[in-house]
Ligand binder design. Structure first.
Ligand code: OAD
Length: 230
């Protein structure tokens, strides 16, 4: 079976009603990255940061996978699929994808601030953490999110995964954030790269097959193209 590696970003979940970051009206127009997505912001005002992720977690729990997520999950019948996502929602998993790597963490998980191995899973009925909610070692809980300035623990595994791709598919990411965007440099030159996005994306590679559509329509077109191309 051919190995298809997908790198997805916020645009993948846009049709499920989850805001992207850098489109007009996106999350970074309404919130300061420094305040809500850095360790320094969390030290300065933990309540603000917890509230920001509580709201996003509730939105993610309420959202449903769109046809794009479902189409990628269905592709497991025909291909070996690996999904590397920058998204912190779990819509790929809920659509049925079995092999999903979260580069930037997971909204439905929280962890200890003294021991990163103490990770807890929240549920739709218990979707918030508050100041004073503690791990079993007595330290404040924080979102299980990779903030700017923090290491990206899954990066090495992601690099190894893209190196074994027969096809790379990039969906709904502006490729502004490193090291995630740098994953493209680990894909061998002869490997076909498909890009699904309704907008122009700056991508430094020759021969990109650009499907200028949203995720749902784009994944449907990708599946047709792959039947002919590989
Ligand atoms: P961006 O908001 O930077 O980019 C979203 C991309 O999705 C853009 O290229 C849009 O054109 C595209 N898009 C919009 N609607 C779409 C649709 N219906 N179907 C497909 N694509 C669509 O989001 P990311 O690139 O994912 O990190 O952002 C990367 C990281 O920056 C995030 O993981 C987050 C953020 O800061 C952290 O918080 C650590």
């Amino acid at each position: 079976m051919k190995h298809i590696v997908v790198l997805s970003g916020a645009g993948m979940s846009a049709e499920s009603g989850i805001s992207t970051f850098r489109d007009s009206g996106g999350l970074w127009e309404q919130h300061s990255v420094e305040d809500v997505a850095t360790p320094e912001g969390f030290s300065r005002n933990p309540r603000l940061v917890l509230d920001f992720y509580n709201a996003r977690r509730k939105a993610a729990f309420a959202a449903k996978p769109n046809k794009g997520h479902v189409g990628l999950a269905e592709m497991e019948k025909d291909y070996r699929m690996s999904i590397i996502t920058q998204n912190v929602d779990n819509l790929h998993e809920r659509a049925g994808s079995a092999n999903v790597l979260h580069l930037h963490g997971e909204l439905d998980k929280v962890r200890s601030t003294v021991d990163p191995s103490l990770v807890y899973t929240l549920t739709p009925d218990n979707a918030e953490i508050k100041l004073g909610d503690k791990c079993e070692k007595g330290s404040q809980l924080r979102p299980h999110i990779v903030w700017f300035g923090e290491a990206v623990p899954m990066m090495e595994k992601a690099m190894k995964t893209v190196q074994t791709a027969d096809v790379l598919v990039v969906i709904g990411t502006s490729l502004n954030v490193y090291p995630a965007a740098g994953l493209l440099n680990y894909v061998a030159r002869e490997i076909p790269v498909y890009l699904i996005d309704p907008n122009e994306v700056k991508i430094y590679r020759q021969g990109i097959r650009f499907i200028r559509k949203g995720a749902s329509e784009g994944v449907a077109e990708l599946r047709e193209l792959l039947k002919k191309d590989i």
